[in-house]
Design a protein around this ligand. Structure first.
Ligand code: ADP
Ligand code: MG
Length: 249
């Protein structure tokens, strides 16, 4: 693969729970090229979030190697990892994870403060503009809709201009119309060159990526580009609840 931004070999994550060991990830190999838009899908408990946390340097693997943007991250100190996370990765969660007692613009500024950047306020405003939320800059999360909160979280993820955006079920807490708008935003960012890894259990969402990775029991079951055939297959696999929602896929 030309210039992979993510290159993972044999990534394994085991959790010890009393007498048993949970094999959350069991030897995953994954390459993602710069500029790709990849969906990761699979049943609950298949290891999607574990993989995203490891890709996002929020956690360390039990075994395996990970090269992110040419840097061997699995051997880095916590301090080095924190730097990589801050500079190279934006993370968007299902539950937004905003700080409730402060405003949208101050939430967006958090990664800049960690990076000791200059012109913090202006750059946070610019990121809010990018997600169409300048007019909500001084609202607190409790004064925003779910879709607006997720936009603030995306602005925060983008404020340092990271090359990689990771999103774990970003539309999971949103109604279908709002989820559609968030996906539109991801498509815009993708068009602007951002590499995107998106975890979703909604096949209609997964089908919008360039490529779909399917997981089961901590392993990759299938990894293939989205073509017409796969798109049709994914849409036919939609759950009853998904089919009831209008306007998807
Ligand atoms: P998914 O996101 O696909 O639903 P996860 O990656 O969250 O799956 O979890 C994969 C497996 O690892 C599950 O069996 C889960 O219970 C287990 N697991 C995840 N995190 C932990 C943890 N911190 N401690 C113990 N087991 C965990
Ligand atoms: Mg999960």
């Amino acid at each position: 693969m030309n210039d992979p931004i993510i290159s993972i070999r044999g990534m394994t994550k085991h959790y010890r729970m009393g007498d048993t060991v949970v094999h959350a990830l069991d030897g995953v190999d994954l390459n993602v090229a710069r500029g790709e838009f990849v969906s990761i899908t699979g049943a609950s408990g298949s290891g999607k979030s574990t993989l995203m946390h490891l890709i996002g340097c929020l956690d360390r693997p039990t075994a395996g190697s990970y090269v992110l943007a040419g840097q061997q991250v699995d051997r880095m100190s916590d301090r080095q990892l924190a730097r990589v996370r801050n500079r190279s990765i934006g993370f968007v969660f299902q539950t937004f994870n905003l700080i409730n007692r402060t405003t949208a613009v101050d939430n967006v500024a958090v990664p800049l403060i960690y990076a000791r950047a200059r012109g913090t306020r202006a750059r946070a405003m610019q990121a809010l503009r990018r997600v169409g939320l300048e007019h909500r800059a001084h609202h607190r999360p409790s004064e925003l809709s779910g879709g607006e909160r997720q936009r603030v979280a995306i602005a925060r993820a983008l404020v340092n201009n990271p090359p990689l955006l990771l999103a774990d079920e970003p539309t999971g807490n949103l109604d279908s119309r709002t989820g559609e708008q968030i996906l539109e935003l991801f498509h815009e960012l993708h068009a602007a060159g951002v590499t995107i890894c998106l975890v979703t259990h909604e096949m209609a969402v997964a089908a919008q990526a360039d490529r779909v990775v399917r997981m089961r029991d901590g392993r990759i079951l299938e990894d293939r580009p989205v073509d017409e055939e796969l798109r049709a297959q994914l849409l036919s696999e939609r759950t009853g609840a998904e089919k009831l929602r209008p306007g998807r896929g």
